[in-house]
Design a protein around this ligand. Sequence first.
Ligand SMILES: [Zn+2]
Ligand SMILES: [Zn+2]
Length: 663
Amino acid sequence: MTRPPGVSLRAGLALCLCLAACAAPAGPTLIRANDPTARPGTPAIRAGEPTARPGTPEPTGTRTREPAVGPGLSPTAPPDPTPLPPRPRVVVISVDGLRPDALALARTPNIQALTQRGAFSLQAQTVFPSATLPAHAAMFTGQPPEITGVDWNDYLPERGVITGTVFLAARAAGRRAVLVAGKEKFAHFDAPGALDAYVFAPGGDQDVADRAVEQIAAGFDLLAVHLPNADYFGHLTGWMSDTYLFQLSRTDDAVGRLLAALPEDAVVILTADHGGLGVSHGRRIPEDMTIPWMIAGPGIRQNLVLTQTISVLDTADTVAYLLSLDWPADTAGRPVLEALAAPVPPALRLLFTGDINPGRCPAQVALQNNDFTLPYQAVAEVLRAADLTVGSLDGALSDLSRPSPCPTTQNLIGPARTVEGLQFAGFDVITVATNHAKDCGALGFGCEARSFLDTLRHLDAGGLRAVGGGATLAEARAPVVVERGGVRFAFLGVTEVGADTWAAEARPGTAPLSGATLEDVLADIRAARALADVVIVLPQWGVEYAETPEPRQREWARRMIEAGATLVVGNHPHMVQPLEPFPGGLAAYALGNFVFDQQPWRARQGAVLEVTFHGPILEAWRLRPVHIYNFYQPRWAEPDEAAQILARMPLLTDPATARPSPR
Ligand SMILES: [Zn+2]
Ligand SMILES: [Zn+2]
């Protein structure tokens, strides 16, 4: 493969110098660093500028337009980079006080190589005041000093920690976040829950690089590295002095060591907090405000001069975009989408609820009020917002019999109109492989599976996909495959409880789960895996009112995941139970009740499991505890109760060693 001729760093540099020195912009796309139309540091002035958020279409043309070039430069067609991995890692290298126009004057082969390998701007802008801590706060939050309130530039423990950072968002998503810094004041970023490792390396760039290489070896998803020396020597002998330029070549050595230690799937962003002139910085002048911004790695366009005006603020938003983090839409930064070769696979959110009783109290309340959406009023907004919402129906949907009264029987049957509530709540997939699947109300249990077949019919008519049940055993065992964002999710429903509901070759019913049928279930998982990217098993299992899974359940979960399932989400105990991560997957043994009318306090509790996929990769999960009010309506639990519920849902093994990993 031949590398096309590139826009050289020196050519880009010529543009940059021109911007600082020329009286008028050299071309239509060029913006003077001190021009009022240049990228300002406050969000108010940016109103009306197109913004793009993860999960939303980018502004038209951002990625497709050719890089604009100045006089004397020829457009280049950047080569196709390798694709962005489904679960990228990101490194942010901040070279303190690096003026972009110093790069071509100093021996900086490693930093310059990044511009060949990636996309870059040598006229990015920092925020005012152009000082280390305010600028790094902007870099890591996407917000200017007016919003972060970080207007100081020393280590002031009494000012507390800086929140709203990408570190906090990364850790909230279960990603490992690490900061290695060469100045003590970076301790302000070490907020509770923000960093898996915070390292202050007081010995300058080489010390920072040593410590960062250690952290790279320890593993990371987001690593920020701060190299302090260029700034030190700028203050000592002046920016652009011979000493500054010579020391920059040593900083470049440190960058080279970092880059050499990185895994291949890491995306590297290299930027600076500010420049400098004379022996200081902090002003609004171009020499202080103009910084380099470079990005390179898998999925990033190569040898590309970025035409969009880049701000240091965009660093955080780009990191959040690449890592698919939950990130506020209203930050002042925006992801540098122009640098991306292809869209990042969207993050897909799936929600799983506990048991849903369509009969008894929930049915009576709905009938009395002629409103079957009532049970879901408090949670529907969240459930509907997910890409897929999955429930466990512990009863039959049939008008064969009026629902049994509240709450005196064990016979769970609800009217066909129960589907209205499930639709309102945004359910997509419902497992009917439950022990109450053949309840028939006044007709008793069984009724030749008429209520059960009604359930399948009503769900189907309502556009809901029933899984784990059918008119024959083969139908009951068949997966339901749903595609979202290009990812095919296959669901299987099975029940250990209520062998009388099991289907047979010519008998309608549920898909069985038992020691005797486990091999069949595993075969179904393997077959589903061949049809789909992700297999999710929904077992009804365990012991009613037990708060821990049985050893057999843990064994079955392990074998299901070994057979190719990524998630095993169980129900039936009416109590929440622990979760267990396995290599390649996660088991949630029981999510408690969701819409139910049982008396015990803990049976009025449950949790919605939220999992995030990035492409087919299970990336993160969290639990949203609920409390069921008035025996029919789940609402998000208040903090105290939520903490009590979560305390009963620990991980059975250390997530650090048994974390779901890419297949
Ligand atoms: Zn600085
Ligand atoms: Zn400084």
